[in-house]
Design a protein around this ligand. Structure first.
Ligand code: DP6
Length: 359
């Protein structure tokens, strides 16, 4: 076989936002969670990772670049994903290029990986979710891995827990599983992206600065010190998962919003209950919550749900397009974009709304 060939594959994966949060691991190495979680996957044109993977006999070692900068692949998470995918690799043939790779060759061949996020990395916008999902999916395509998406999700999970949910569109559940080897801890699609397409998701970027406490460190400290986390994982979340699945199936926005907001607030309460306490939200985040709560109360039924991950940025889910327009107007009124406010940019799931709102 000639030594000067390169075979490449590119994949694109959107990020996902949890409406019932994952916070806490029962196994740090395999990344097994203390509770199941549910998320919504965003539109792939916004907040996504694009990853190109290449293989060539000329490559001397596995290497990776993130947003153009080389990063180390020595960490356990990358190594676990690479090992799991390699062990499932199949035969690959490209007749045009005259390339034939046999299953056994993959152990010797090295890959180069180039990954780009079109949004701030590690600012609580779930960049690792899109990143590892995309990496695993692209490698699986390159190496002709014949596993279904749920099996691939269990591999992406070993890169970053939330990544397992980004392999599917629509609403996705990460089943925590019971097995010690993690074989039953994977994602399943609850409904596809067409099921509830009235919903509009707006992300108000309060700050794109890198967060101080990573999710991994934060949740480790919560598991070690928060009694509220234990109560949440054992008593609260199992019930919420059932209720959330019902709400999604029945397009029940009132229950959906109530559960989403309550779960976000409880997650941040767990962060406060951690020793030392973790603060992910800031004053602007709190003001957004008050604004939405007041609006929902005035209307008599929820119009908008809010949820915050490990950072101050607000993810706002409007019940329909009309409400999303009103929401944008309210956000612009209360937080006019200027350098003196914290909230000076918006990322939105549907660009045409920005035009209609005159932004
Ligand atoms: C608050 O998946 O980033 O976004 O598994 O350690 O990589 P690791 O953590 P990560 O945590 C995400 C936490 C969260 C909630 C969620 O997405 O469910």
């Amino acid at each position: 076989m000639a030594e000067n060939w390169v075979l490449t594959t590119t994949a694109q994966t959107p990020t996902n936002i949890a409406v019932i949060k994952y916070w806490g691991k029962r196994d740090e190495t395999l990344i097994l969670p203390v509770n199941s979680s549910i998320s919504v996957t965003l539109d792939p044109t916004h907040l996504c990772t694009t990853t190109t993977v290449a293989v060539s006999p000329a490559f001397q070692q596995d290497r990776m670049w993130l947003n153009g900068k080389e990063i180390s692949l020595s960490g356990g998470r990358y190594q676990n994903c690479l090992r799991e995918i390699r062990s499932r690799a199949g035969d690959v043939q490209d007749k045009q290029k005259g390339i034939k790779i046999e299953k056994k060759d993959w152990e010797k061949l090295h890959v180069h990986i180039a990954s780009y996020n079109n949004f701030p990395t590690a600012a609580g916008l779930a960049s690792s979710a899109a990143g590892f999902a995309c990496l695993v999916f692209a490698l699986a395509k390159l190496m002709n891995v014949k596993e279904d998406l749920s099996k691939l999700s269990a591999i992406a999970r070993q890169g970053s827990g939330s990544a397992c949910r980004s392999l599917f569109g629509g609403f996705v559940k990460w089943i925590m599983g019971k097995e010690e080897d993690g074989s039953d801890s994977h994602a399943v699609q609850l409904v596809d992206e067409k099921h509830w397409n009235d919903l509009v998701i707006i992300i108000a970027v309060v700050s794109s600065r890198q967060k101080e406490t990573s999710s991994t460190t934060g949740m480790r400290e919560s598991v070690e010190t928060s009694l509220l986390l234990k109560h949440r994982a054992e008593e609260i979340v199992p019930k919420r998962i059932v209720q959330m699945e019902e709400a999604i199936k029945n397009w029940d926005f009132a229950s959906f919003a109530q559960l989403t907001c309550a779960d976000s607030n409880q997650f941040h309460a767990v962060c406060l209950d951690t020793s030392p306490p973790i603060f992910y939200m800031n004053d602007t985040s709190h003001r957004i919550i008050s604004c939405v709560e007041k609006w929902n109360r005035t209307e008599g039924s929820p119009q908008v749900a809010y949820t915050f991950d490990a950072g101050p940025n607000a993810v706002l889910i409007a019940r329909d397009r009309k409400t999303a327009m009103q929401l944008l107007q309210r956000l612009l009124f209360h937080f006019p974009p200027n350098p003196d406010t914290d909230l000076n940019s918006y990322v939105i799931g549907d660009k045409s709304i920005l035009k209609e709102a005159g932004i």
